[in-house]
Design a protein around this ligand. Structure first.
Ligand SMILES: Nc1nc2c(c(=O)[nH]1)N[C@H]1C(S)=C(S)[C@@H](COP(=O)(O)OP(=O)(O)OC[C@H]3O[C@@H](n4cnc5c(=O)[nH]c(N)nc54)[C@H](O)[C@@H]3O)O[C@H]1N2
Ligand SMILES: Nc1nc2c(c(=O)[nH]1)N[C@H]1C(S)=C(S)[C@@H](COP(=O)(O)OP(=O)(O)OC[C@H]3O[C@@H](n4cnc5c(=O)[nH]c(N)nc54)[C@H](O)[C@@H]3O)O[C@H]1N2
Ligand code: SF4
Ligand code: SF4
Ligand code: SF4
Ligand SMILES: [Mo]
Length: 898
């Protein structure tokens, strides 16, 4: 096709709207209601153009190009019409640019300037509608709303929260929340995605404090990666005077311009006055500020003494899934070359250790097989043990959208999570019964001959033995174990097996069990049975939790692995690492995180270096953790805040946050993305990589890097799956490992023609009960986890006012029936007890959980769930059983004042 725009000839090869084509050519057509992520609606009419032979101007966002079309985008007639439209909009808009926070980033302001609109011709009535301030993070001013509809489209079609709609007509149209109760009292989850997209000052972040105020032309924008969860959203940090003042989403892979409430609004921790700014040394039980020199002197003294008296086995280190790849690489290298031990681990032990072990065994690689963008091509989802919309919100939104567009959804969870509302089948199983339910589903598939025998023959082994085991798990038996209806089980099996592209997503509900590794291997059994590994949009997708937990594992912050899962106990591997690092390395497997805590308790480990981890809230059986940490000769904690763990330290080192440093994070889909420095380190804090390098030099292993880029070059040299990675390439694009060589494009989905291990391995897996079951003394099953508005141990989200107003206190979800039995009311403070201890927490009565099951988030120091949890471990992955323990609840007797 050939078209003419402003008398210039263009060739086009595919159908496109006029506006889209002009945007591509850099022809600037104004529009207020256009957002390329949602369907155009022609609402603002500013994008009108003249077409030869057409009687009237047409809206270019809706009109498709046709062969021979002659288009004029800026004719005098069109410009004059646009002036009229802008005049009309301006006449209905408060004349408030002087005080509007959006000034400098407002499309109406820009267009009025461009088209010379200086005063309003049609001003009749002053619109004076009340401003909606009910949301904790932003306001809606209907007077400034230009009715573009972007917010409504985004909330309904991208975010998929269905919190808002339009009501009224013409200029009386306003954005409405149900019953007009305001954003803060609707289904709004404060993701801020509407706010980020509003072209004018109608939806605006709240600016509560004077230091939050800024003009958009004063700020620097730095693109970086979100430092909360493993989705790895791309965002711009807006900074002014060494302060982060706002966050904007970036419209690119993997988040396409979406964020969640934490990414968008939970940034004030960065410049918070509680940030550690100087090293702290404990003297006579109290912290005193110290210089870096004094701190380093103390480290050297303790290191020399303990090494001389006890040798390498007395040392250990916790690396951090919050830190960059470069920092994790240096940390494990430091532990191995200086401490001379493999006692290095990190929070993946509490998280996806079972994934790494389980999938390495059955497939040869323990990572997400597919990419986030492939969600759009999936026909059936199995969501098992992931509360996706709360914990990986941007992925959750994408799944909701795909389900709304026709994909099937099966949810398996003991709690009625949000996705359950959209599910074709929701199996509300008893905590700890994953293997039974998966075996049951596979039993139905085999019985009804719905499995993919060609795939099984060609790509797998171990099928016969597996099949024999599955025969036992008949629907009758399984429905009893799991507490579900057997017809639902059968229905789920049929839907899943018949789908063309069936993809399984799981997270902590599968991994955090004493049978975690087996649970993981059951998921791969199901995917292989149905022929759903090794293709686009279908596979096994463990959603990795922390911003860089995938990277921390890849970088070898594990007691048995160097980078890229190369084993420390294989002689040739170790020898090659020894020559690469020019250092003798230990061959004995190291202790895991949970084992190091125990070893400290016994007095074997004496010197523990914890970087960016807060076990005094996050590890099971906190009483035991405290005792163990107190038993150390020397505890060194490196964090951005004085955490509950740091309180126990002998020395605390102040680290810089992600906003203050360069590096990379690897997200849940194996995507290596840049972290870019936006502001200078707060106080005297230093980037973790600098601190590790300095301590390494101090203790005799010398290394010098000018920047994290040089560290990545070293990583690429010793890590096959990262060998194609360099900052130069990452400047242009993010890359998914395996990326093997400078020209390799990275890997979108894994196990394409064969599994990483060759043949996929079926494992015959029997269901086993959880280690602690309810009994007369402790009759309730406690399962623990997280919620949307808090992140882990709250060192960061706990500093955000709005989040604390929404969810600031420890709580326990209890079913109405259980509440009745124990005579407790909603909001009442009660005592929760287990064999390990007790906490006080507030009752939340909800149908989400079944009678006999209670749920607590583990975020809260004011009622820490981990005082209750069972530290029993999965024998293979050594992950604790954080998802099942037994508790009782008690009323706290009201004190009598008589
Ligand atoms: N808002 C927020 N987001 C986060 C985090 C956070 O702290 N806050 N943390 C990040 C991290 S590190 C991680 S690992 C991820 C974790 O993300 P998720 O795994 O989604 O988090 P959880 O809430 O621990 O558990 C998920 C679900 O498992 C269910 N469950 C419990 N027991 C069982 C069971 O026996 N079987 C099944 N099938 N399900 C069960 C729970 O009801 C819950 O809905 O989230 C990441 N994202
Ligand atoms: N009961 C129960 N317990 C659980 C879980 C559960 O589901 N139930 N889930 C487990 C899981 S999956 C996980 S991942 C763990 C998480 O447990 P943790 O990793 O202990 O939790 P975080 O709060 O993320 O702690 C990270 C620490 O890093 C610090 N930090 C942040 N950025 C930086 C930085 O750039 N440099 C440095 N040096 N420090 C930094 C933070 O201030 C914080 O103190 O909790 C586990 N515990
Ligand atoms: S903040 Fe998010 S959930 Fe709330 S109305 Fe806007 S898009 Fe919808
Ligand atoms: S609030 Fe903003 S995004 Fe929503 S309709 Fe009004 S102007 Fe458009
Ligand atoms: S979904 Fe995860 S990565 Fe994205 S903004 Fe939220 S916390 Fe950050
Ligand atoms: Mo995690």
């Amino acid at each position: 096709m050939r078209v003419y725009i402003n008398d210039i000839e263009y060739e086009i090869d595919r159908p496109m709207t006029i506006l889209n084509f002009c945007k591509k050519q850099g022809i600037d057509i104004p529009s207020l209601c256009y957002d390329k992520r949602v369907l155009p609606n022609g609402a603002c009419r500013l994008c009108i153009v003249e077409i030869e032979g057409y009687k009237n101007p047409v809206t270019s966002c809706l009109e498709k190009l046709k062969d021979g079309m002659k288009i004029y985008t800026h004719s005098e007639k069109i410009k004059s019409l646009r002036r009229q439209i802008l005049d009309l909009l301006f006449s209905n808009h408060p004349n408030d640019c002087l005080n509007c926070d959006k000034s400098g980033k407002c499309k109406l302001q820009d267009y009025c300037y461009e088209y010379g609109i200086v005063s309003a011709t049609f001003k009749n009535k002053e619109s004076n509608l009340p401003i909606d301030r009910t949301n904790k993070f932003f306001t809606y001013d209907p007077n400034k709303c230009v009715k573009c509809g972007i917010c409504v489209s985004i909330c309904n079609n991208l975010q998929n929260s269905q919190a808002i709609s339009f009501t009224g007509r013409g200029f009386d149209l306003i954005v409405e929340t149900p019953f007009n109760k305001g954003f803060g009292n609707s289904d709004c989850v404060s993701c801020g995605n509407c706010v980020s997209a509003c072209p004018v000052g109608a939806l605006n972040p709240k600016k509560k404090y004077i230091e939050d105020k800024f003009r958009y032309w004063e700020v620097k924008r730095t693109q970086t990666t979100c430092s909360y969860c493993g989705v790895g959203c791309q965002m711009n940090l807006l900074s002014k005077d060494n302060r982060i003042v706002e966050i904007e989403p970036v419209n690119t892979i993997p988040n396409d311009g979406l964020l969640c409430v934490k990414g968008k609004f939970a940034y004030r921790f960065i410049n918070h006055t509680d940030r550690l700014t100087k090293p702290l040394i404990k003297r006579n039980g109290k912290f005193v500020q110290a210089s870096w020199q004094e701190a380093y002197r103390l480290i050297k003294e303790k290191y020399s003494k303990i090494m001389k008296e006890n040798g390498p086995d007395a040392f250990g280190g916790f690396s951090s899934a919050r830190c960059t790849n470069e920092e994790n690489y240096l940390f494990q290298k430091f532990v191995r070359t200086v401490f001379k031990t493999n006692n290095v681990d990190h929070c993946a032990r509490l998280c996806h250790a079972s994934t790494v072990a389980g999938l390495a065994n059955t497939l040869g690689s323990g990572a997400m097989t597919n990419s986030i963008e492939e969600i759009d091509g999936t026909d059936a989802f199995m969501i098992i043990g992931t509360n996706t919309t709360e914990n990986h919100p941007v992925i959750g939104s994408k799944i909701k959208r795909r389900v709304k567009n026709g994909a099937k959804l099966i949810v398996i969870d003991p709690r009625e999570i949000e996705l359950a509302k959209y599910a074709d089948v929701f199996l509300k199983i008893k905590p700890g019964s994953n293997i039974a339910v998966l075996n049951g589903i596979m039993n139905v598939i085999l019985k009804e001959n719905l499995h993919d025998m060609d795939y099984i023959n060609e790509r797998t082994e171990g099928f016969e033995e597996f099949k024999r085991t599955i025969e036992k798990y008949k629907p009758d038996l399984v429905s009893k174990i799991c507490g579900i209806d057997k017809n639902d089980l059968i229905k789920a099996a049929r839907i899943y097996a018949k789908a063309n592209k069936a993809s399984l997503y799981y997270s902590m509900g599968i991994t955090q069990h004493s049978s975690g590794t087996n649970g993981v291997m059951s998921t791969s059994n199901l995917q292989m049975l149905t022929g759903n590994v090794g293709f686009e949009s279908t596979g096994i997708n463990p959603l990795r939790g922390q911003n860089n937990v995938q990277g921390a594992c890849d970088m070898g912050a594990l007691p048995t692995d160097y980078t890229g899962y190369q084993k420390v106990f294989i002689d040739p591997v170790r020898e090659s690492m020894e020559s690469f690092w020019k250092s003798n390395l230990p061959s004995k497997k190291g202790l895991t995180l949970t084992e190091m805590i125990n070893s400290a308790g016994k007095g074997d480990i004496k010197f523990l270096y914890i970087m960016g981890e807060n076990p005094m809230i996050s590890d099971p059986d906190l009483k035991h953790v405290k005792k163990s940490l107190e038993n150390l000769d020397f505890l060194l904690v490196q964090d951005i805040f004085l955490t509950e763990t740091a309180e126990l330290a002998d020395l605390v080192l102040p680290a810089s946050s992600f906003a203050e440093k360069d590096g990379t994070f690897t997200n849940t889909e194996r995507r290596i993305q840049r972290v870019n420095k936006a502001i200078n380190p707060i106080g005297q804090s230093k980037a973790d990589w600098k601190i590790i390098m300095e301590i390494s030099n101090l203790l005799g292993y010398e290394e010098y890097y000018n920047s994290p880029s040089e560290i990545m070059d070293e990583i690429a040299l010793c890590t096959p799956s990262y060998s194609g990675i360099s900052y130069k390439r990452l400047e242009k694009e993010s890359l998914q490992w395996p990326c093997v060589g400078k020209e390799h494009p990275g890997t979108k989905y894994m196990h394409k023609n064969t599994m990483a291990r060759g043949k996929g391995l079926f494992k015959a897996i029997e269901y086993e009960e959880s280690k602690e079951l309810p009994d007369e003394d402790y009759p309730l099953i406690l399962t623990t986890g997280r919620m949307l508005y808090q992140y882990h141990t709250r060192t960061m989200t706990g500093k955000i006012e709005g989040l604390n107003e929404i969810a600031g206190k420890s709580y326990i979800e209890i079913s109405p029936k259980t509440a009745k039995i124990y005579n407790v009311e909603d909001g009442e403070k009660i005592r929760v007890k287990s064999r390990r201890g007790f906490v006080e927490s507030f009752v939340k009565i909800t149908e989400k959980v079944e009678p006999g099951v209670v749920f607590m988030p583990f975020h809260y120091a004011d009622g820490p769930a981990n005082l209750l949890t069972n530290p029993v471990l999965d024998p293979i992955a050594k992950i604790p059983e954080l998802k099942v323990s037994s508790v009782l609840i008690e009323k706290i007797e009201r004190k009598s004042y008589v």
